[in-house]
Ligand binder design. Sequence first.
Ligand code: SF4
Length: 224
Amino acid sequence: MKYPVNEVFQTIQGEGVHSGVPSLFVRLQGCPVGCSWCDTKHTWDVLKEDEVDTHVIISKRLDSPQYTQLTGSELIALFQKQNFKASHVVITGGEPCMYDLSELTDTLIEAGYSIQIETSGTYEVLVNDRVWVTVSPKVAMKGGMEVLRAAMQRADEIKHPVARESDIENLDALLAESELDASDVFICLQPISQKARATKLCMDTCIERNWRLSVQTHKYLGIA
Ligand code: SF4
């Protein structure tokens, strides 16, 4: 199976439980969720006219909707050609769970990579059992999609952006609806836009509940 790859790059994971881990980010094209504040809107549509050769994706310097179609084996060959050293692969989007990721994640795991996916929780998560699943639940967005209980229950980590108290209340409601025991999953609160008030709220809540703080270290470092 081929997957529409918008971008591949090597960096340090800046968010959540894997903060600090050297990572290969694979951004897939396509997302119907419609978050108004989305910072990757160029990934939303998968148009035939935007399909390009792999070398165009590798030399991409600016965000664009261009993508290339790759199998898992072709993706590994690309990592090797680029001489990438990281052994942790983060599959993100867009919304990667639009696609059945079983074949891709099986291939990468067989080749020795550890895998993490980042999803909005609005699709069934079809991945190898050894994949680390990070759900950043997107509730009541323009696309009208629901966060699925099955996706929440598959999560190893719930990463939740927080600006104000109501964001934590919404997360509590979602955890209750999903019948998810907060002690069975890592919950990471992520202050929105490095705002001081949001950061303090997240810190206080994390300490009180033994949750994790995710501070988007890449934004403090000024890297991708
Ligand atoms: S789910 Fe992610 S990629 Fe899709 S609209 Fe929301 S923030 Fe953007």
